[in-house]
Design a protein around this ligand. Structure first.
Ligand code: ATP
Length: 133
């Protein structure tokens, strides 16, 4: 069976490498599934999960947005941060969500609402993947 080489890379180094049958993720233009032989493309990603189908099982990686590069035999995801589902610290993500929610409720001028919203979305994404385990 044909496979795709999947790599998820962050500024801190590689987070995930595997040979997979399929990769699904959430691009800004919508959900995207990539099979071996896909036409080359580049797409910006949302904060979301990357699902990798491999040998009959599915692995999940949380990504904080980034860029997806597809070649017929390879998918590379460059993200500011990414964690394999098993490596997500659920308590940390819950604490980050609570902090971000508190900031969003604070209507004073010094709060950067966009930044708090992105932090909340990253935390919710991590929580949903960690709770899937
Ligand atoms: P926090 O406020 O908890 O740092 P954050 O969303 O600001 O969350 P990021 O800036 O996205 O964190 O990531 C900083 C680093 O910490 C990255 O290496 C990321 O993979 C890691 N990280 C963040 N949250 C978690 C978590 N809940 N579990 C494991 N690693 C995490």
């Amino acid at each position: 069976m044909k496979t795709l080489q999947v790599s998820v890379v962050t500024p801190d180094g590689p987070v995930y490498d595997a040979d997979a049958q399929m990769v699904s993720t959430k691009a800004q233009s919508g959900d995207l599934g990539v099979l071996p032989g896909h036409i080359p493309m580049v797409a910006p990603l949302e904060i979301g999960s990357v699902r990798v189908k491999k040998d009959g099982s599915t692995e999940f990686i949380a990504v904080s947005g980034g860029l997806l590069e597809v070649r017929p035999d390879k998918v590379t995801i460059l993200a500011q941060s990414a964690e394999k589902a098993d490596n997500i610290d659920l308590a940390r993500a819950k604490a980050a969500a609570a902090r971000a929610e508190k900031r969003l409720q604070d209507k004073s001028d010094h709060v950067d609402a966009r930044r708090a919203e992105l932090s909340l979305r990253r935390a919710i994404n991590r929580i949903s993947l960690a709770e899937k385990k």
